[in-house]
Design a protein around this ligand. Sequence first.
Ligand SMILES: Nc1ncnc2c1ncn2[C@@H]1O[C@H](COP(=O)(O)OP(=O)(O)OP(=O)(O)O)[C@@H](O)[C@H]1O
Length: 298
Amino acid sequence: MTGAAIEANGLGTTYGNKRGWALRDCSFRLPAGRICALVGPNGAGKSTLLALAAGLLRPAEGTLRVLGSTDPAEVRHRIAYVSQDKPLYPRLTVADTLWAGLELNPGTWDRATADRIAGPLPQDAKVRTLSGGQRTRLALALALAKRPELLLLDEPMADLDPLVRHRLMGALMAEAAEHATTIVMSSHILTELEGVCDYLLLVDGGRIRLGGESDDLVTAHALITGRPRDLAPHTVIESRTTGRQLTALIRRQGQVDPDTWDVSEPSLEELLLAHLRSPQAPPLLTPSADAGKAVATA
Ligand SMILES: Nc1ncnc2c1ncn2[C@@H]1O[C@H](COP(=O)(O)OP(=O)(O)OP(=O)(O)O)[C@@H](O)[C@H]1O
């Protein structure tokens, strides 16, 4: 089995306020080299999980291993993290910011990548004068030029126009493929993630509800339509009956009878939405994402 980039076991943390757990009983494994979509509703715990993986927060319970280290702060030089608010020094120019990137990452700084990603930005412009999208471009240039083994991106593309988003996503994927970088990218734009991510973590209420290879998670489910009848032994994630027609998204337990049901494969978006609408649906982790199983087979 490939080494894990991130492995969490019973991970939980709070912000020390009365609101309770920001993440709780969170267990999963992310194999190295994957491009992982981190999805979930507002307040689910996505940013918290990324900040824990970046070593900026500490677990209150459970364990977290990042790039083989139980203290992610120790391996921070091998990680790049772009938080939602993309903190940069407002008084520095674009050129100064890139120079600081070079100074802070001696030995690993990839100037060609920095120039490629930040290229269209005016070098002498102060960061505070850049638009939100331009700041994102600069933050991504810093993160990628560091040549990280693990790239943690918190809603990186939210403020980019569609054309720039498409181009930067392409550049990101090309870099990741060339250097076998593991990427974890949170986003609410499911369609954007569908084509680029081969791995998925669905966080909801501080826990992982779906985890594993996107293709395997999709094929473990089916969209079925037919006359209402018992759906056992399959697990029903969501169903609705209209007149004499039952439509359901099920988790397959064996073959679905094609003589009884019209069967199709759900899109990733349909799969995620059905799970978000059905908080009672049992979690599913594929073997590679199951921290418990990985320990048992290691
Ligand atoms: N700095 C903070 N102080 C106190 N509570 C916080 C802080 N940041 C997050 N929380 C709480 O932790 C929980 C998880 O928040 P988090 O930001 O990780 O969710 P998220 O999935 O990233 O949400 P969104 O999609 O809205 O960005 C929420 O209940 C939130 O209110």
